[in-house]
Design a protein around this ligand. Structure first.
Ligand SMILES: Nc1ncnc2c1ncn2[C@@H]1O[C@H](COP(=O)(O)OP(=O)(O)OP(=O)(O)O)[C@@H](O)[C@H]1O
Ligand SMILES: [Mg+2]
Length: 159
């Protein structure tokens, strides 16, 4: 495939000095991931930043797959490619590396777990209509000795 001719804004991002911070804010489909892939290539190729010093984080597994594919198109082996991960997967790897038993669960499982926990503590009677709605959306919970993070993506459960 012919290389994409970047516009002036994309070129500015790709060529931005590596030691300076940069925020790119642009609308959907405007070329952010393409730019990020080529920026990563420039960091590794032009500025010799070691690939293991670059971490590409994104929200969804779909976006991670897209970025992984764009970055591997941009950086040709044997050049090393940096880690591309979702925030949740990366946070999980940090927790596991620190020795913590942890897993990511889907939102519906987090609700179920919280309900079981509250019921076992006598704080929620199963089937108690008045208690409905008391299990609010947990962003994280600690139950059965396992710290759980709730991912908005249902497809990450069990990872
Ligand atoms: N300068 C450019 N000229 C022509 N096409 C481009 C250019 N930059 C990106 N594209 C193309 O535009 C499309 C969208 O690009 P990209 O996926 O990088 O956008 P995005 O901002 O990351 O999108 P999303 O918001 O969906 O994540 C792709 O097909 C990409 O190849
Ligand atoms: Mg994108």
């Amino acid at each position: 495939m012919a290389p994409i001719a970047l516009d002036q804004f994309q070129q500015c991002v790709v060529g931005f000095p590596p030691e300076r911070s940069l925020v790119v804010s642009a609308c959907a489909g405007s070329g952010k991931s393409t730019t990020l892939a080529l920026r990563t290539k420039a960091l590794v190729g032009r500025w010799a930043v070691p690939a293991d010093r670059i971490l590409v984080l994104t929200f969804s597994t779909r976006s991670r797959a897209d970025l992984t594919s764009k970055i591997s198109e941009a950086i040709v082996p044997p050049a090393p490619t940096p880690t591309v991960a979702t925030y949740h997967a990366h946070a999980l790897s940090i927790l596991r590396a620190s020795g913590m038993r942890a897993s990511i669960i889907a939102r519906r499982d987090a609700y179920k777990l919280m309900k079981e926990l509250l019921t076992s503590l006598g704080l929620l009677n199963d089937g108690d209509k008045s208690a409905r709605g008391t299990v609010s959306a947990p962003r994280g919970c600690c139950a059965r000795g396992v710290w759980c993070m709730c991912d908005p993506n249902p497809d990450v459960a069990g990872r």
